[in-house]
Design a protein around this ligand. Structure first.
Ligand code: PSU
Ligand code: MN
Length: 296
């Protein structure tokens, strides 16, 4: 495991750090857009006076705080592994490179004491696919991390995902919203556990949760910025078609999420991609604000 100098120093001095995942750019977008997006998310965190720690694996070494050139190498590479919890030993043992998922990234962040993580949407229970349940969920169940997201990816079975979050004891906070966001859309008609209006409230809840000995993540769900959000029905229509295409093409396992996101983007004339990029930045900013207040 390799900590960058900046992150090593930041951890020692209790500076605000936001962990960022790498699957979003290794398996989400084509080069060079993915590279630009990864750098842009780091920029957003820095602008809020926090320190970004993008996490990924290069030639079997876990990097916490990938350098710009390491991010570029990953962003340019093809056939990288998508690294969830089961893949660490494999990637390290075989000297592979890959992007870490939500599960992979928060596992690593937690090892070095980082407390805040930003992503687009978490993984969850897949639609019409019994037993395809993302390792993100059970990892959130035993990783004490504030996870800022726009809910779960809308391609999933959102009601079932919310039930799973309850089963695993993961509180869902709605950040300035009364509804569980549906990734591309602000409205899902689904409940959250509590509305919060400020980062101070988030921190009070997280501290109380962990102080009594609970060990799970706190999900901070943030609606996508209004100017790029999609109407729920429009997004859902594209998702239904993408799901059928996945079945027709025999897509399974770890390939399902990247395939569906890509297909939805094609079917919506990139509107969903716009929403995705915009919410990623928004979540990074709020995560930075949380980490800033947490370190004070
Ligand atoms: N963003 C993408 N593609 C992805 C993911 C994000 O554009 O594949 C990843 C996230 O890192 C999330 C993961 O943790 O998908 C969930 O995938 P799975 O259902 O295979 O666990
Ligand atoms: Mn899966």
């Amino acid at each position: 495991m390799k900590l960058s100098e900046i992150i090593d120093d930041a951890i020692k001095k209790n500076k605000p750090i936001v962990a960022l995942e790498s699957t979003v750019f290794t398996h989400g977008l084509p080069y060079p857009r993915n590279f630009k997006t990864a750098l842009q998310l780091e920029r957003v965190v820095r602008k809020t006076h926090a320190i970004p720690a993008t996490i990924g694996i290069v030639n079997g070494c876990i990097h916490i705080g990938l350098s710009e050139s390491e991010i570029e190498t990953l962003a340019k590479s093809e056939h990288l592994r998508k690294i969830s919890k089961r893949d660490f030993g494999i990637a390290i043992g075989k000297g592979l490179s890959g992007g870490t998922t939500v599960a992979g990234t928060i596992t690593v962040a937690n090892l070095v004491g980082i407390k805040v993580f930003a992503t687009g949407g978490i993984g969850g229970v897949h639609r019409n696919a019994p037993f395809d349940i993302s390792a993100d969920l059970n990892t959130l169940a035993n990783t004490p991390m504030i996870v800022v997201c726009a809910g779960a990816k809308a391609i999933l079975d959102l009601p079932a995902t919310i039930e799973y979050l309850e089963t695993f004891g993961i509180p869902i906070l709605g950040y300035q919203t009364n509804e569980f966001p549906a990734f591309y859309s602000s409205k899902s008609g689904l409940p959250i556990d509590i509305r919060v209006n400020s980062v101070t409230e988030v921190i009070k809840i997280a501290k109380a949760h962990w102080q009594i000995g609970l060990n799970s993540a706190i999900l901070v769900t943030v609606p996508p910025p209004e100017e790029h959000a999609m109407p729920f029905d429009v997004a859902n229509e594209a998702i239904k078609n993408a799901l059928q295409d996945a079945v027709d093409n025999g897509i399974r396992g770890a390939a399902v999420t990247p395939f569906l996101l890509q297909r939805v983007s094609e079917l919506t004339g990139s509107k969903s991609l716009q929403a995705n990029l915009s919410l990623l930045e928004n979540n990074a900013r709020i995560a930075a604000e949380i980490s800033l207040e947490l370190s004070n």
